[in-house]
Design a protein around this ligand. Sequence first.
Ligand code: PLP
Length: 250
Amino acid sequence: MGLQYALAGIMTMISDNLQAVQARIARACAACGRRPDEVSLLAVSKTFGTEAVLEAARAGQRAFGENYIQEAVEKIAALTRPNAPPLQWHCIGPIQSNKTQLVARHFQWAQTIDRLKIAQRLNDQRPPDLAALNVCIQVNADGGATKSGASPEDAVELALSVAKLPRLRLRGVMSIPDPLPDFDAQCAAHRRVREVFDAIAARLPAGCGKFDTLSLGMTADLEAAIHAGSTMVRVGSGIFGARHYAVQQT
Ligand SMILES: *Cc1c(COP(=O)(O)O)cnc(C)c1O
């Protein structure tokens, strides 16, 4: 088989996979009495090249998530051209202080805010000609000490402080619960994150803008996440296939 045909095969696979994931989302919504348009799909394209992103974009996908900021910025630059569909980029990886400027300049969303210092830097570095940066508080609801994310106790105070920063728009909560094998255990873990979302929503002053995003659920557990109230599932391997990490990323 020639390279052209091999590539064509990969590309059909991405659009077929997108349809299959959309169907999973629709079924999961139907199963718990939610409308499918309550849940948006973030395509997680880390480690995949611009061709894969373009193919997903041709199939109608607009929102993409990236973990490694340097890799993401190169991809975003390559894909920002006249006549190309405008894509929306979400940073879903850890943000170190020395990377905040790149995030503030190149992304529309940063979902991994777990310290006020990072939020302040993003606020100060967001270019004035761009709309405010959409942000989510990353919550570590299962307590693993090595995981990123604010504790449920700290998340509320952090959110109230972030909501005051004028160049950020606090949109919600994001979490990566530990993988669990069965549906009920996944639902319980996701519900703990939902409770943090609700606790923040209850404390935000009126006029804060839309606090509407619960970013929860990946390829393996999106049904349970939707059951627990997710409004945005982040799906990588379910769309693009298995990832291969060629180099150690930081
Ligand atoms: C990689 C990643 C995903 C996607 O994971 P899959 O299991 O491939 O769907 C979602 N969210 C975050 C934060 C990730 O790092």
